[in-house]
Design a protein around this ligand. Structure first.
Ligand SMILES: [Cu+2]
Length: 218
């Protein structure tokens, strides 16, 4: 009954809130220290959500242009871009911080981790790579450019993880794809989910639904 109430309430926010929302889960980093996103090349339709789940020790999801990897997209365009901020996670953490983005454009989104030299060392990914439109703009080409980047911004001196908590933080950020003329926006939502992987995913899905609600209210 409680869930039914929630669903009806959510539906009243907008008929656009479908009964099911596709959530693509991307693991950010790995407990064994591998510097990568898993997976690092995904397709997401407009209306889908991408939920980043942060592994130890301290990573980010930051958007750049294709041409200037390892620099926030705002430095090289008039797009604000998405930025998760640093997500410290201790090796013994029992919680997983998440950052969820609503996709509202299929323009390729180029992403990297701004910690240390993670961007240069392969911690990069793309949402909606489109090599059919431009064969040279592939993830591998982006990674080659990233490997040669002289900076990785915005960096931090922090590398130690802190214990996760059950607090939930919410934040919104404005984004459009790489096209500066786009008027579309995406919102990102940070949250920390506790307990096992199964319920984690469920909590993430709920968090995604709430994010849609928040975005529609704005
Ligand atoms: Cu990283």
């Amino acid at each position: 009954m409680q869930f039914t109430t929630f669903a009806l309430s959510a539906m009243s926010l907008s008929s656009a809130l479908a009964a099911s929302v596709t959530v693509h889960v991307v693991q950010v980093g790995a407990a064994n220290g591998t510097l990568a996103y898993f997976p690092n090349n995904i397709k997401a339709a407009v209306g889908d959500m991408v939920q980043f789940q942060f592994a130890p020790v301290n990573h980010t999801v930051t958007q750049s242009t294709f041409d200037a990897p390892c620099q926030p997209i705002a430095m090289n365009s008039n797009v604000t871009g998405i930025y998760s901020g640093f997500m410290p996670v201790s090796a013994s953490a029992t919680t997983t911080p998440t950052y969820t983005v609503l996709i509202n454009s299929t323009t390729p989104m180029w992403l990297y981790c701004s910690q240390g030299k993670h961007c240069q060392n392969g911690m990069t990914m793309v949402i909606n790579e489109n090599t059919a439109a431009n064969a040279s703009r592939s993830l591998s080409a982006f990674q080659s450019l990233a490997a040669k980047a002289t900076v990785n911004l915005p960096g931090t001196a922090t590398s130690a993880g802190t214990s996760g908590s059950t607090t939930t933080n919410s934040t919104s950020s404005s984004n459009s794809g790489e096209s500066g003329t786009s008027t579309s926006t995406s919102s990102g939502t940070k949250s920390t989910s506790s307990s096992a992987a199964g319920s984690l995913k469920a909590a993430g899905g709920m968090s995604g639904l709430l994010a849609v609600g928040v975005a529609l209210l704005l």
